[in-house]
Design a protein around this ligand. Structure first.
Ligand SMILES: Cc1ncc(COP(=O)(O)O)c(C=O)c1O
Length: 446
């Protein structure tokens, strides 16, 4: 009989605090693993490898946890973390909004009838076509990122309509796990500086446009932030900005969007941002600062991406070869940087486990590498794998539900893996594997 080694669902931890595996993941003493009641070996056999597996039940639970923790806030899922039609439908059904950052993401949302008024449209360099599509779709809010965008946007809003906008400002708060994903400080490409006066200028210009309705301010500090403190600071800075707008222009803006960036655990023993404590401390900070400045409490909007979809996903790989270097063991699998570029981009680290058979061998630290033509094509460093791991074995890598499928490439003409959703003992394909024929469809040749 299988012995349960891990049961994350039953122990009462909030979704954001749980470990790197989804709540529906079970590891058994015989070397097996199931997600949502479905053996991962069955998924590998049926859908092939590599494959992204999404625990739909866990993902929906994370959406609900956000809504429960912040009942007065608008929770807007950041589609860039992971988007496909099924995901857009789950987010819609769970009552969240959707943050899109391109015409493509908007098109996916539209294809499943996602309510346009619940869409927030982002981008530091939205093309005229994207802005036109957003206006035409009737998205709830467009987040203005540059001064130039204001006049352009104002000019394309049809006569008689008003487009709600938020202005993205730089709160000058440095937070986030890696330089490349910090966006709250000065001198980066997103948002407008408070210090330089650009943010104030954007407010004045937007208020001067009759076709635009300035609903509030936006900021996004960065990604993979695991303590509430930077968000609290941002809340104070942003409420202060709302007060300055009231003092300068006599208008009280009703909305405050604090972006996303909520960190998750990638390794065993790591902790993500604690949702309950984030909710309480940010809510308190907004209320206290608003009271101090004599402002009504603005309606909070938050945009979590990774914390909704990240831990709900895992990737299944098949071992192709095992190589012993002078000082390291390389376990090479049938995927790599094309389905997960994060280790190359940010030095991201992962938890991986061999699954599908019981091994009596001791574990050894190994480097899981991909099959691409790049020496840096590493998926996970220093993972403890059985010393007898061999070609044909399966490896599951945890917490791959965010910024994996959405960041995947077709390097080496490798088709992108399928996405398999699992719930209540059933696995279903929601995105099929990309085949060479798909890749050649767009290659029109001579
Ligand atoms: C404006 C904005 N909102 C939300 C997010 C989501 O961030 P995360 O997935 O870290 O929560 C991002 C990520 O880049 C972003 O740029």
């Amino acid at each position: 009989m299988c012995v349960l080694e891990q049961d994350q669902a039953a122990n009462g931890r909030t979704a954001a605090m749980a470990g790197p595996w989804s709540a529906g993941t079970r590891f058994t003493a015989d070397g097996g693993a199931t997600v949502g009641g479905v053996p991962l070996t069955d998924i590998a056999t049926r859908f092939g490898t590599p494959a992204y597996v999404i625990d739909e039940t866990d993902l929906r639970a994370r959406c609900r946890a956000y809504r429960a923790a912040l009942p007065d806030a608008e929770v807007v899922y950041a589609a860039k973390a992971f988007l496909c039609r099924a995901m857009a439908s789950w987010v819609r059904e769970e009552g969240l909004g959707l943050d899109v950052a391109s015409g493509g993401e908007l098109a996916v949302a539209a294809s499943v009838g996602f309510p346009a008024e619940r869409i927030v449209f982002h981008g530091n360099a939205k093309t005229p076509r994207e802005l036109a599509a957003a206006v035409e779709a009737g998205v709830g809010r467009i987040v203005v990122d540059t001064l130039a965008e204001i006049n352009h946007l104002a000019a394309i809003v049809p006569f008689g309509r008003r487009q709600k906008v938020l202005i993205r400002v730089i709160p000058d708060i440095d937070a986030g796990a890696h330089r490349a994903i910090r966006t709250g400080g000065e001198d980066q490409k997103f948002g407008m500086s408070i210090a330089s006066g650009a943010a104030a200028e954007a407010v004045a210009r937007t208020l001067g446009q009759s076709s635009l309705e300035l609903a509030g301010l936006h900021c996004h500090l960065g990604s993979q932030i695991v303590t509430p403190e930077p968000f609290e600071r941002a809340a104070r800075v942003m409420v202060e900005q709302l007060a300055q707008i009231r003092d300068t222009h006599g208008v009280t803006l009703p909305e405050l969007d604090l972006g996303g960036g909520h960190g998750i655990p990638y390794l065993d023993g790591e902790r993500g941002l604690d949702l309950e404590s984030y909710a309480r401390r940010v809510d308190d900070a907004v209320r206290a600062q608003a009271a101090w400045l004599g402002l009504p409490v603005p309606r909070l909007i938050i945009e979590p991406g990774r914390a909704v979809s990240g831990p709900a996903g895992l990737t299944l790989y098949r071992v192709i070869t095992v190589k012993r270097g002078l000082s390291r063991i390389f376990v090479a699998v049938d995927g790599g940087m094309s389905d997960n570029p994060r280790p190359c981009l940010y030095g991201a680290r992962y938890t991986a486990r061999m699954i599908g058979r019981r091994s009596g061998a001791a574990t050894r630290a190994a480097t899981v590498v991909g099959h691409h033509c790049e020496a840096g094509d590493t998926l996970a460093e220093d993972v403890e794998l059985p010393a007898d791991i061999r070609p044909g074995d399966l490896i599951a890598v945890a917490a791959t539900g965010a910024y994996h499928h959405s960041m995947a490439s077709t390097y080496n003409m490798t088709g992108r893996p399928p996405v398999v959703a699992v719930a209540s003992g059933r696995a279903r394909l929601v995105v099929r594997r990309e085949e060479p024929a798909d890749l050649m469809l767009r290659d029109v040749g001579l």
